[in-house]
Design a protein around this ligand. Structure first.
Ligand SMILES: Nc1ncnc2c1ncn2[C@@H]1O[C@H](COP(=O)(O)OP(=O)(O)OP(=O)(O)O)[C@@H](O)[C@H]1O
Length: 291
């Protein structure tokens, strides 16, 4: 057992005996001389597969359509899906001196992801937690992001140690939580909200993905998972409801084809985009711009 594993075990035993501790004050990695990132927003989910990456991509595209300079740090190291969604499959990040350069999408979004630094994008990432966390820190600290209004972080799914490290080491200003309407998800939303609260991280709000299907013949709204739980869940956890996305085969087709940026219908999740902008304006007004 190495030192880190011993420390983790010690903490687990300590917590089992004395209850969970408030995490220590975050040690934020500073920006490098080639980065001028003004706002960092995380997109999280309590569990995998609810469409977190899609919502992250959607927010990035919509913010860019409003004229912002946007990047995505794909912190979902073991299941990175952002490069494919933006047509960057098979591309590799280049270096500028000691720094990595993010790849540019057709529309000018800046992307950094494990898939852009692996030799083959289908290579499995068999890294232990601390190595994954180290890679994410490097994507922040050792990447030349240039001037960005928003850097969105596609967080690792779940509420494990990697997610905690991201919160502790990156200057995340708020998180958008993505859920889907199944019963179990309400519980996992609770985990995500609690994690954010423990880290003293503002929750921008809650997005419900895959909430309904529109019948292609008659336009009827069908709710395959039952009635929406968005309002109820948002109220239960005292967070803002930021809207719903339907299950739309055109969205998954655009993700698979790498054409999300071009084919994303306009004005999806306008409340979520507004809320992200409001959070940024709030920090601007406080004069705590990260850059
Ligand atoms: N509203 C939707 N309509 C159609 N397809 C969707 C929708 N949301 C997500 N998908 C599809 O579901 C799959 C999983 O989505 P996504 O990768 O965004 O989930 P995730 O929560 O980020 O997953 P993971 O936690 O494994 O990274 C993708 O193929 C995506 O295109």
């Amino acid at each position: 057992m190495d030192e880190q594993e011993q420390e983790k075990l010690r903490q687990e035993v300590d917590e089992a005996l004395h209850g969970p501790k408030q995490p220590s004050a975050p040690v934020k990695e500073p920006q490098n001389s080639k980065s001028n990132v003004h706002h960092v927003i995380g997109v999280v989910s309590g569990k995998g597969g609810v469409g977190k990456s899609l919502v992250c991509g959607l927010l990035a595209v919509e913010l860019a359509r409003r004229g912002a300079k946007v990047g995505i740090l794909d912190a979902d190291i073991t299941g990175p899906s952002i490069p494919k969604m933006f047509g960057l499959s098979g591309e590799h990040a280049r270096a500028m001196g000691e720094l990595l350069l993010p790849n540019l999408t057709a529309g000018g979004l800046k992307i950094m992801s494990a898939n852009l630094v692996l030799e083959h994008e289908s290579d499995p990432v068999l890294w232990r937690g601390p190595v994954v966390a180290g890679a994410i820190k490097q994507f922040w600290g050792d990447c030349a992001w240039g001037e960005l209004d928003y850097l969105l972080i596609d967080m690792p799914p779940g509420t494990g140690d990697v997610a905690l490290t991201v919160f502790q080491s990156l200057p995340v200003e708020g998180v958008v939580i993505v859920s889907s309407p199944q019963d179990l998800v309400q519980m996992v939303v609770g985990k995500a909200v609690n994690m954010a609260n423990m880290m003293k991280m503002p929750v921008v709000g809650l997005v419900e993905n895959m909430a309904y299907v529109t019948c292609p013949d008659c336009g009827a709204r069908i709710e395959p998972y039952g009635p929406s739980r968005l309002a109820q869940t948002a109220e239960a956890f005292e967070v803002e409801a930021l809207g719903q996305l339907p299950i739309d085969p055109a969205l998954s087709a655009a993700c698979d084809a790498g054409t999300l940026e071009r084919d994303l219908p306009r004005d999806l999740l306008p409340d979520a985009v507004d809320a992200v902008v409001r959070v940024a304006e709030f920090y601007d007004a406080l004069g705590t711009d990260l850059a």
